[in-house]
Design a protein around this ligand. Structure first.
Ligand SMILES: Nc1ncnc2c1ncn2[C@@H]1O[C@H](COP(=O)(O)OP(=O)(O)OP(=O)(O)O)[C@@H](O)[C@H]1O
Ligand SMILES: [Mg+2]
Length: 504
């Protein structure tokens, strides 16, 4: 080095030419990334592009095949998560890393509990006090003595964020933290990110929601198929420009709604109530119709879906299928009657992570496949391959363990599983959460096709463009009640928001 005083400060993080292969998958083919101190850097790309893999290498959770990592201008060796932490790197994983039966404070301080005066003992008072402060600073109301498995997904995500940011890290990676957050928590997250930025922390932010990128990020790096494509200042890019770089082609129609022939009422829910969740909810959906259900998080939409699917009981009211009252006491009952539920929480309800893609797809419909109690594997393979192809699931073969797929591709497997059951009524709960822009369009197209074949679709979504774009009719919920119904023609963002906040 020449020792000139004019040299610009070193980058907080530099990753050079990172290469990584998994068996049968070239996940990274020479990817580079540079982040300055105090910069919020977006890492963008389609599902399976390699974003999480690159960050897992930085966090010491996966070894790289080759390439260099520099922190503050120095080449470093990161061969374990502990090493990464020691170097000031924190990561919030796309799939949570919390220990479910420990409480919030224990999770935040796992492995670095404050010591009491007596050797070998934890200073619980200090731990709870400090942990509560960390959580309060995030602007969410959680008692840190609550076991993590009793928290909602959004709350768990906030705990992850608290855990990572409490470590005084120089580099913080956030892998799709916003996918599960409500608006309120999102505001708190952005405030926290700006605070960290002002303290000189370098942040790598992964998200599929484009508005967020424009709101908080300084620069973006775009990846495609394991390759580096571009790094730009956010100011010099448009939304369309980013999408084009991400998918490598132009997406002309983001929400390609095709109206299907609407037939008789398929499912009718009459005056359903469930204590603390639903009050006198009545909805109906017809064959070929897409019924959108809008509302803020906590409005009771997921509760309604769970009741219809038999996952939760209800106190009063009734459910009719094609005009006949039906008893749905369990999800098995619902599936037998031809009702499917695509859940928002793929980890907990949608998939068996340790099983192959093929097995997961056929899980909900073993009846159709099994003859004399053994599974007709040729048929199973054929069907799995068909869905993997149609949904463009990025996987080397249908025998890949679902755990090894990228987050968005796991979500596609959840969808494939239900599409395969030939359900007459399909409930989609946040169907495109965590799904990249290109694949979203494919999912909408599948909905069009399902409707065309006469399926009745209930689509719960917090994304208003999706609700407005795909629904034939929209019901809006607020605090467990239906506050209004809008036709496709009359619905606007403003009208939905008015009803969703309790207006009549
Ligand atoms: N443990 C693993 N074993 C085998 N393949 C893997 C493993 N982890 C990831 N992959 C593969 O590596 C590729 C990159 O995956 P990665 O999780 O990095 O994608 P991503 O960009 O984070 O996608 P998403 O937006 O869906 O989260 C994918 O094809 C994925 O299937
Ligand atoms: Mg990922």
């Amino acid at each position: 080095m020449s020792g000139t005083a004019l040299a610009s400060p070193p980058l907080a993080l530099e990753m050079r030419n990172i290469v990584k292969t998994y068996p049968g998958v070239k996940a990274l083919e020479g990817v580079s990334l540079q982040v300055a101190p105090g910069e919020i850097h977006a890492l963008l790309g389609e599902n399976g592009a390699g974003k999480s893999t690159l960050m897992k290498i930085l966090a010491g959770a996966q070894p790289k095949d080759s390439g260099d990592i520099l922190i503050d201008g120095q080449t470093v060796l990161i061969d374990s998560p502990q090493k990464a932490m020691d170097l000031g790197v924190s990561i919030i994983y796309q799939e949570f890393n919390l220990v479910p039966y420990l409480n919030v404070a224990e999770n935040i301080y796992l492995g670095r509990e404050p010591r009491a005066a007596i050797p070998g003992f934890v200073d619980f008072n200090t731990m709870y006090k400090d942990a509560q402060q960390i959580i309060d600073k995030l602007g969410v109301k959680i008692d840190v003595k609550t076991p993590v498995n009793r928290l909602s997904v959004a709350q768990q995500q906030m705990v992850e964020i608290g855990k990572a940011t409490s470590r005084k890290s120089k580099i913080i990676v956030m892998d799709e933290p916003s996918a599960t957050l409500t608006d309120h928590e999102l505001v708190a997250l952005f405030a926290l990110m700006r605070q960290l930025k002002s303290e000189g922390v370098a942040i790598v932010y992964i998200s599929h929601r484009m508005e967020e990128i424009f709101e908080v990020c300084d620069r973006v790096t775009i990846m495609r198929d394991g390759k580096w494509i571009a790094t730009e200042n956010i100011g010099s890019l448009t939304r369309e420009g980013i999408i084009k770089l991400m998918v490598g082609r132009e997406l002309t129609q983001m929400i390609p709604k095709v109206a299907a022939d609407i037939g008789d009422v398929a499912l009718e829910v009459k005056n359903i109530s469930r204590k603390g969740a639903l009050k006198n909810v009545s909805i109906s959906v017809k064959k070929g119709e897409v019924l959108g259900i809008a509302g803020l998080v906590g409005a009771g939409r997921t509760e309604l879906a769970r009741v219809i699917f038999g996952a939760d009981p209800f106190d009063s009211g009734e459910i009719l299928l094609f005009g006949k009252p039906v008893k749905i006491k369990s999800p098995q009952d619902a599936i037998k009657l031809g009702i499917g539920l695509v859940t928002e929480d793929r980890k907990q309800q949608g998939l068996v992570l340790g099983m192959a893609v093929r097995e997961n797809i056929s899980l909900a419909n073993l009846d159709a496949l099994s003859k004399f109690n053994f599974i007709m594997s040729a048929k199973e393979k054929e069907v799995s391959n068909k869905f993997v192809g149609e949904l463009r699931v990025k996987t080397p073969t249908i025998e890949q363990t679902v755990q090894n797929l990228s987050g968005g591709n796991q979500q596609k497997v959840v969808l494939a599983k239900w599409l395969f059951t030939d359900s007459k009524v399909l409930i989609f709960d946040e169907p495109t959460r965590g799904i990249d822009v290109g694949a979203k369009t494919e999912i909408y197209q599948l909905m069009n096709e399902l409707a065309k074949t006469g399926a009745a679709i209930i689509m719960i979504s917090s994304e208003l463009p999706e609700v407005l774009g795909m629904s034939d009719r929209i019901m809006v919920m607020h605090e467990g009640r239906i506050t209004g119904e809008l036709s496709r023609a009359e619905a606007t963002q403003e009208k939905i928001m008015h009803l969703a906040t309790g207006g009549q």
